[in-house]
Design a protein around this ligand. Structure first.
Ligand code: ZN
Length: 346
């Protein structure tokens, strides 16, 4: 068997997005979603003999983005990036959330827009954010395209910023546009498919976007929202909208989840996906499930990521890997390598 290179799509300008701080539980702390995350993963993947780096140079099509995102969200990204450019690159943090009382928008509309297009304060916008977000989306779309064309069975999009908390018209949780859903939308040319989300946090944005879509199955393993972000969804009872009953399968997991429990649960999620008989797979790939991750409560080992990859490989589906979270920066390269060896079988 010849060693087909696995393309890894890399957004060369992701570093333009670099907020310094986040606010959580009364503390102002360094922004955890740092550029170094992607650089560490990229370096580790390039050390594998079967990986080929592809800069994400595809021009993003607004009309394709608007197939899954509201034009108003795209406008918000542009307006606030421009606002930042006029204010010494300062990052804009939404601070007024009008969901409960809005009757209109005042003359300072640009500065209050955020509350209409963000569900939390964890997705600030700087002057380079729009460019970085578009390139992150382009990475996912490029990876989907090579899989769609049958050039490879697995492609990896090193998306940054990540995407699975972003919905049709909202940003939040370090996410602005939903890279996984954008990839899935393009793969629909192959018929119905599945998104498997194995980030530590529930992919609330993804779930919201595919909620009533009978062509996409969404399975997610994540920390139980009863104690973990994003708190308001990711529960077992959420199974899909009226046109798409039983197309959502949530697997909330407890604190101290072990390798064994994780693999058993993954097995159940993969069985649910198989029962849907999908033609393609998008994996929202987060490494914040790792036991040493600073924001994680699980107890997963470094070696388990190879097993996770092996399990997913058994589906034997054309697969797009979309980078989501993972904040144990110095370990991310090892975790990504392990996963990649598992899912490719090289
Ligand atoms: Zn996460």
């Amino acid at each position: 068997m010849t060693l087909t290179p696995v393309p890894v799509f890399y957004p060369t300008q992701h570093g333009l997005h670099a907020p310094e701080a986040e606010y959580d539980n009364g503390l102002i702390t360094p922004y955890a979603e740092v550029a170094e995350r992607i650089e560490v993963i990229k370096a580790a993947l390039l050390a594998l003999p079967f990986v080929q780096l592809e800069p994400a140079t595809a021009v993003i099509s607004i009309s394709e983005l608007e197939q899954v995102h509201a034009p108003e969200l795209l406008n918000y990204l542009r307006v606030m990036s421009e606002w930042s450019a006029r204010h010494e690159g300062r990052y804009y943090y939404p601070s007024v959330f009008p969901g409960y009382f809005a009757r209109g928008v005042g003359v300072n509309g640009d500065r209050v827009l955020g509350g209409m297009f963000a569900f939390d304060i964890h997705a600030p916008i700087g002057m380079g954010t729009e460019t970085a977000v578009f390139q992150s989306a382009a990475s996912a779309l490029s990876a989907a395209q090579v899989v769609l064309e049958g050039k490879t069975n697995v492609a990896y999009a090193l998306c940054r910023p990540p995407g699975h908390h972003a919905g049709r018209s909202f940003s939040g949780g370090y996410c602005y546009l939903n890279n996984a859903v954008l990839a899935a939308n393009r793969l629909k040319a192959l018929g119905k498919g599945a998104i498997l989300d194995i980030d530590y946090h529930h992919g609330n944005g993804t779930q919201d976007m595919v909620w009533d879509d009978p062509e996409i199955f969404f399975a997610s393993l994540h920390a139980d929202p009863a104690f973990e972000y994003p708190y308001y969804c990711g529960y077992v009872a959420e199974t899909g909208g009226p046109h798409a009953p039983d197309t959502i399968a949530n697997f909330p997991l407890p604190k101290q989840t072990s390798d064994e429990l994780y693999l058993t649960t993954l097995h159940a999620a993969l069985e649910a996906i198989e029962a849907f008989a999908p033609n393609w797979l998008v994996v929202s790939l987060g490494f914040d499930t790792f036991g040493e991750d600073p924001i994680c409560t699980f107890a997963l080992s470094e070696g388990i990521y190879q097993e996770i990859g092996k399990h997913i490989k058994k589906l034997a589906l054309p697969t797009v890997l979309v980078q989501e979270g993972g904040y144990a920066v110095s370990k991310l390269g090892d975790l990504a390598q392990n996963f990649m060896v598992g899912i490719t079988g090289f």
